[in-house]
Structure formats: C-alpha cells, structure tokens
Design a protein around this ligand. Structure first.
Ligand SMILES: Cc1cc2nc3c(=O)[nH]c(=O)nc-3n(C[C@H](O)[C@H](O)[C@H](O)COP(=O)(O)OP(=O)(O)OC[C@H]3O[C@@H](n4cnc5c(N)ncnc54)[C@H](O)[C@@H]3O)c2cc1C
Length: 465
C-alpha cells in the first residue's frame, strides 16, 4: 500500500499520478478534515453566487500552468473553464494604493516610458540602474534587498513589496530571492546584470514541455492567449471532479483522520492515526511542513527541526457582496504596500474578472505576516468585517452596506519561503534520502506556493518514486 498524507490539491494530484502508473498496490489518501481540497474552497450560495475563500484563479504560463490545464482536460473540465486573456481589463489593470490614492501600475510600453505616480521616474529609467548596479556575490538574500540593489528603492517599495503581500501575504524583506525569483538571482551571479543576463541566457529559460504542448486545452489557451482561468461553479469543482474520478478508480480515502505519527517498520513506514496503525511501503507527504514536523519527530528530530523552521502566516479573507456594478475603475484589484497605514493587504475585484450577474463581489485580504501585530491573537469577526468594509468605503467610495459577506480566518495558510528556504528544502530531502525513508515531500511547502506548483510538486514526487 502507498499512502498519500493530506488530501489538499497536491495530495489528490499525487493520488492521480500514482494511479496513472497503473501499479497493483492500493493507494490510500489520509486527510485530517471532513473535506478534501485543502485551501481550495468555493462557497456556493443557493442563488448560485460563488465566493472563493482561498485561491480563485490559476495561471496559464509555464509548464506548471500547462500541466494543470492538461490535468483539467483529462478530467473532462474543458467546457467548465472560464478564462481571461492578456488584453482583458483584469489582466492589464493592477493598482496600488499609496497615500490614500489608487495608482495604475505601468502596463504597456507607453506607461513604462512615462512617469507614473507614485514612481518619481519612468520604470524604464529604473530598469537602467541594473546596468550600473554592482554585482553582490551571495547564495541568497531578501527579494526586497535584491530588487532595491538592482532597480532602486521605489521599485522594491511600490512593485515588489505589494506584489509579495498579494501573492504570499508575506514580507518582501524576509522572503528569499532564490526561492521566488531564482533565475534573476542566477543571471546576476553569472553576468552581473539581470537584463543582460536574461538576454544572454535565453537557452536556460524554461522550455515548453513537448508532451504537455500536445494537450488540446493547452493549445487552445496558447492560441487564445489566456492569462488565468477558473471554473464555472468555483475552483472547488476541480477537486470535486478529481476526487470522484479517484474514487471510481479505486483510490481509498480516510477523512477525519489526522496523521499523528510516522514510525519505521523494517523498510516500511507505519502511519499512526487516532483510529489505526497502517503499514505502508511508501508515503508521499502532501501535509504542510509545519504539520509533518511533529509527526516525523520520532524518526528524525533533525528532519522535524528543518521542516518546523519553515514559517507560516495567517490570512483573513473577507468576501463582500454588493448589488449592482459599483466599481469606477475596472481592474484585477489593488494591493497595498506595507509602508501604508491601511490594515489590508489588498482587495480583489472578483466580478471584474468573472462577472456574476448584476452584482459586485470583492475579496479583502488582511493580515498575513502582519496578522498578529494588526489584529492580535483573537480578533472578533465584527472587528475584521469593520476593517474590510471601511477599507472599501474609504478607497473605493462604496458606502452602501454589503448585502452578504463571509469572514474566514485561514490559520497558517501560506508557507513563507524566507531567505535560506531552498537550503532547508534541499537539506530536508537529502536527510530523507540519507535515512533511506520511503517518504517523499510534496505540496506547497517546498517548491512553489501556487496551485500549479503544488500539483507539479505532486507529479514530480510520484515520478521520483
Ligand atoms: C487565501 C489564499 C489565496 C490563494 N490564492 C491562490 C490563487 O489565486 N492561485 C493559486 O494558484 N494559488 C493560490 N493560493 C495557494 C493555493 O491555495 C495552495 O498552493 C494550494 O491550495 C496548496 O495545496 P496543498 O495540497 O499543497 O496544501 P493544502 O491545501 O494545505 O492541503 C493540505 C491538506 O493536508 C491536510 N492535513 C493537515 N494536517 C493533517 C494531518 N495531520 N493528517 C492528515 N491530513 C492533514 C489538510 O486538512 C489539507 O487538506 C492561495 C492560498 C490562500 C490561502
């Protein structure tokens, strides 16, 4: 028997790819909660309105993007896809909030070459600093420091800082350039300039996987220039359909079954739950690293320590629904740099990307790295809702009350790839190998925090068995 620990999207993807191998061994997915899908969670109201409580859009770019599309196609989801292309207003219009004012980030050649507040000079001029900036030899540094060094403080402060708040709910001053922008770091190390390096090093840019490129859906996405996609009925349909297919194919599931410990038994592993002890030949862990850490301690305190050293942040997600179309400036939404006094990370204009009739649905993201400092240990729902509603009122001038809302506190939902993360991941996997553990580490704790990365990590884990 092979066990997949954790039934988030990476666990389900691992079970799927294992199943594709056609092994005679039984596959068992062990999940702590009563539902599968992990952070992918679409709240469906009776009238058909959907709020995404976790991820909402999947990127198309790169092999990881193509891989998820190919998987969606194999699950028969093609007809359910909603996509937007690169000329859609939500792809082009991304704003930042500085000093209480919304500013559109440069999104075409003209705006790259002109001065756009809050930047004091055209972005093209900031880019030129890369040619004169001194190369600093290092193995890793913070994304903020790297961009500040190469392109100047304004780019770090008004582009990178809000972007990392939007994607990782994290602090760019802590997050690792080699984990989040490895190629930029590598070309600086080799060529002394990012722009020259990227031009000279084109041979090392990611090449499209020829197998994935054959997928009809990948071809369609490329032809129609899709930027991101989701599913009609919510992103959770992806995990529901995957789960159904796996069940039909004989994959077994244990829900409400937290993994409490892992022991060795000869060359096998014993998975301990509150109900039973299961001896398995192999396990793929798709658990968050901070959950695997205590579970693995009795086998290796060092592995437990390494896994436990990856920090996580908590995000409060507030979905707000208003009647009518209320936004003056259609866009993907806006992000708030950490230098601003506002208590939110950003606001997503959900119904600009995928309209849902005559209504405006916004998602306010709050907290992340700053959760405790801003909201304390145990904020009430009312206080969090107040912050979200006031933000929308102040910035978007929407002063009517939302007709419906949903507040979700997602505890420890995003792993933080801080400086040194790649080394932690490398050392963890090396230790697993040195200890000859029949265990593989997959999921969003290691090789990328997006859904595509989590699925790709599961695929690689299966292929490495
Ligand atoms: C608010 C938010 C917005 C996001 N937006 C996007 C987006 O728009 N696009 C995008 O690509 N990505 C986005 N992401 C990231 C994306 O959601 C994750 O990368 C992805 O869902 C991670 O999947 P996973 O299976 O690796 O981990 P998880 O979803 O964390 O799954 C882990 C599973 O393990 C289970 N588990 C935990 N402990 C145990 C235990 N002891 N025993 C058994 N099971 C256990 C959990 O219940 C869970 O089901 C977002 C994330 C958040 C939080």
């Amino acid at each position: 028997m092979i066990a997949v620990l954790g039934g988030g999207v990476s666990g389900l993807a691992a079970a799927h790819y294992l199943n594709c191998l056609g092994l005679s061994t039984k596959i068992l997915v062990i999940e702590a909660s009563n539902r599968l899908g992990g952070w992918i969670n679409s709240l469906k109201h009776e009238d058909g309105t959907i709020y995404e409580l976790g991820p909402r859009t999947l990127r198309v770019a790169g092999n990881a993007g193509a891989n998820t599309l190919a998987l969606a196609e194999s699950l028969g989801l093609t007809e359910r896809i909603s996509s937007i292309n690169y000329s859609h207003v939500s792809t082009k219009n991304r704003m930042i909030l500085v000093d209480g004012k919304l500013h559109m980030l440069p999104n075409n050649l003209k705006t790259v070459f002109t001065k756009n507040p809050p930047f004091s000079k055209p972005l093209a001029i900031s880019a030129l600093s890369d040619f004169s900036a001194k190369k600093v030899i290092n193995t890793d540094e913070s994304l903020f420091s790297f961009v500040n060094r190469r392109f100047g403080l304004e780019v770090a402060k008004y582009a990178i800082d809000p972007l990392t708040r939007g994607v990782f709910a994290g602090n760019a001053r802590d997050l690792s350039v080699t984990s989040l922008a490895r190629r930029m770091h590598d070309v600086e190390q080799q060529y002394g300039s990012i722009l020259i390096g990227l031009l000279k090093d084109r041979k090392n840019a990611e090449k499209a996987d020829p197998v994935l490129s054959k997928s009809k859906l990948v071809k369609q996405a490329k032809k129609e220039k899709w930027a991101v996609w989701s599913l009609k009925g919510g992103l959770e349909s992806f995990v529901e359909v995957l789960e159904e297919k796996l069940m039909q194919e004989g994959v077994e599931f244990r829900r409400n079954t937290p993994v409490l410990g892992i022991k060795r038994s000869g060359s096998n592993l014993v998975i301990q739950t509150d109900k039973e002890e299961l001896e398995v030949e192999k396990a793929i862990s798709c658990l968050p690293s901070n959950t695997l850490s205590p579970v693995i301690r009795s086998i290796s305190p060092e592995l437990s320590r390494l896994l436990g050293s990856i920090p996580y942040v908590t995000v409060c997600v507030v979905n707000l629904e208003y009647p009518g179309h209320l936004l003056n400036e259609p866009a993907f939404g806006y992000l708030v740099p950490s230098s601003q006094p506002n208590k939110v990370l950003g606001v997503i204009f959900d119904t600009c990307t995928f309209p849902q009739g005559d209504k405006t649905i916004l998602t306010v993201m709050m907290g992340g790295y700053w959760f405790k400092t801003l909201f304390g240990d145990n904020p009430s729902d009312e206080s969090l809702l107040d912050v979200a509603i006031n933000e929308v009122k102040e910035t978007l001038k929407i002063s009517i009350k939302p007709v419906r809302h949903k507040i979700s506190i997602l505890t420890d939902c995003i792993p933080q790839y801080v400086v040194g993360h790649s080394e932690i991941v490398f050392n963890s996997r090396k230790l697993v190998k040195d200890l000859k553990l029949p265990l593989t580490l997959a999921g969003n704790s290691y090789d990328g925090v997006g859904v595509n990365d989590a699925i790709m990590s599961a695929k690689r884990a299966v292929l490495s068995l």
